[in-house]
Design a protein around this ligand. Structure first.
Ligand code: ADP
Length: 482
């Protein structure tokens, strides 16, 4: 009986319940219809007053679920009790038989409403799951994946694959996948299959050929399937643009490295070879100055002095260029270096300049780092040398060398109380031959900081300055701590 009621409800219930207001309205109409039937056919229905309302309950609950079912039950109940039963008793019920019928009707109505509600919910859940599955299938199908059988024949070809490779599903299904895509494997196929059988997965980069003949590089992931007839799921991601970008970056880096090396050897060879003729020019000009001085007039002697000055300066510049380009030519000299000793060596080289300036140089304890001893000595020497050179006329010159351990490196600084540097010059001063003062005011060629920058960068660190005019300067640099 219950099963029959269930299947009846199953048949008449809609895939989705009616909207709530409509379902209550329909329940009201159905109760009205039941009442009319009851009214028209009192003879037939006289002995069973609720009979006309059973279908009302079934339809109300089947269309709207629990709420409209109970609503129809309550309305029918009131209608039968008050509108038709002539004998007024407690709630219009006059005999135990009527009470019994009322109980059966109420229990039946509740049961039908509960069953309908459960069925409607089940149907709604199924419909929701079907919708979600459809969306999921649609979404998954957008991605490129292939399912192959044991013989590598394609049994599923996603929409994403059609877009990626240009073959429609009907062109791909049933074909052996590596024949269709002319797959180039990075290792023997047997090894790939052995690994797949062993671990259930394989991933690697493959070359695939599209329908139009262009070759794609794909990152391919294979997963062994255990459903019958479906051996391998293969998911492909097109990484051709990435690979091309990587390749052009690698080429550009190589090109840059080569052109840097070319430039360095050019600077080295040029400066090295220029030294010789320059030495000759300088020598002959000096001879001319010494041996022909009496035969020349004052103007000629002045011109020769200018020429000697120019040649001397040129020789200084060439030597600096040579020193700078030599830095790049020595590789693989990095070893543990005690910076305390390095600093002592640099200070000893600068002894004369420091005592001439009456400078007070102090320093923190310095660690041991991995580096090139002579280059690091040069670095400290250039920075401390500048700190002493660019001192103010008034006040004692003070220089401090500091060190601080950071997470992955050491930070060092050389601080002075000298003339300082305008912020807009902070980057320029690290370029080759850039100076902010005349040679008459401060001697130098402008190569010192360019050399410092190259040394620090060759050690994997960076160098910068914090300063403003008249307020001293602090040159910072970092060195790796291991
Ligand atoms: P040079 O010392 O031969 O001029 P550098 O490359 O060592 O060349 O320095 C470049 C310029 O940076 C200097 O000419 C100077 O103007 C400025 N400079 C460097 N160090 C300091 C410093 N400690 N205080 C003020 N100015 C500095």
């Amino acid at each position: 009986m219950i099963r029959a009621a269930k299947s009846l409800i199953e048949q008449i219930s809609l895939p989705r319940r009616l909207p709530a207001p409509l379902s209550y309205f329909v329940a009201l109409l159905l109760v009205g219809a039941g009442a009319l039937v009851r009214w028209w056919l009192p003879g037939v229905l006289g002995s069973t007053p609720f009979l006309a309302f059973y279908p009302v309950l079934v339809f109300s609950a089947a269309l709207g679920g629990l709420g409209p079912g109970i609503f129809a039950l309550a309305l029918s109940w009131l209608w039968v009790t008050y509108a038709f039963d002539s004998t007024p008793g407690i709630l219009g019920l006059s005999s135990p038989a009527e009470v019994g019928r009322l109980i059966v009707f109420t229990a039946g109505g509740l049961g039908v409403s509960i069953v309908s509600e459960a069925q409607l919910r089940g149907k709604e859940r199924q419909a929701r799951q079907a919708r979600e599955l459809q969306e999921l299938t649609h979404l998954t199908n957008l991605g490129p994946f292939i399912i192959r059988d044991e013989e590598d024949r394609i049994v599923h070809w996603s929409n994403g694959c059609s877009r990626l490779y240009g073959f429609r599903a009907d062109q791909a299904l049933g074909r052996v996948s590596h024949e269709l895509l002319q797959t180039e494997f990075p290792q023997p196929v047997e090894e790939i299959y052995a690994m797949l059988r062993q671990t259930g997965r394989w991933e690697g980069e493959l070359n695939h050929t599209r329908a139009d003949g262009t070759v794609l590089i794909v990152s391919s992931q294979w997963v062994l399937q255990d459903s019958p007839g479906k051996a391998v799921l293969e998911i492909c991601t097109d990484i051709t643009p990435l690979k091309k970008a990587e390749e052009s970056l690698r080429r550009a880096t190589e090109e840059l490295k080569r052109s840097n090396e070319d430039l360095e050897s050019f600077a080295y060879i040029a400066s090295h070879d220029l030294q010789e003729p320059l030495r000759g020019i300088n020598g002959f000009l000096t001879l001319l100055q010494q041996q022909y001085a009496e035969r020349l007039d004052a103007k000629a002697r002045e011109y020769i002095a200018y020429a000697i000055d120019g040649a001397t300066r040129m020789s200084q510049l060439i030597n600096d260029l040579l020193r700078y380009s030599r830095l790049g030519r020595k590789d693989g000299q990095l070893r543990p270096t005690d910076l305390g000793r390095v600093l002592a060596e640099a200070l000893s080289n600068l002894r004369g300049a420091i005592s001439d300036a009456g400078a007070l140089v102090t320093h923190d304890d310095l660690p041991t780092v991995t580096g090139d001893t002579s280059q690091l000595t040069q670095l400290f020497q250039n920075l401390i040398g500048n700190a002493v050179k660019f001192r103010t006329a008034e006040g004692a010159c003070r220089v401090h060398i500091g060190a601080k351990r950071k997470a992955s490196h050491w930070e060092f600084w050389v601080r002075d109380n000298g003339i300082g540097i305008e912020p807009e010059q902070h980057d320029r001063i690290f370029l080759m031959f850039r100076r902010l003062h005349t040679r008459q005011k401060y001697a130098g060629t402008g190569i010192g900081l360019a050399i410092c920058k190259k040394i620090v960068e060759r050690h994997g660190g960076r160098i910068w300055v914090e300063s403003s005019a008249g307020r001293g300067s602090t040159f910072y640099f970092t060195l790796s701590s291991n």
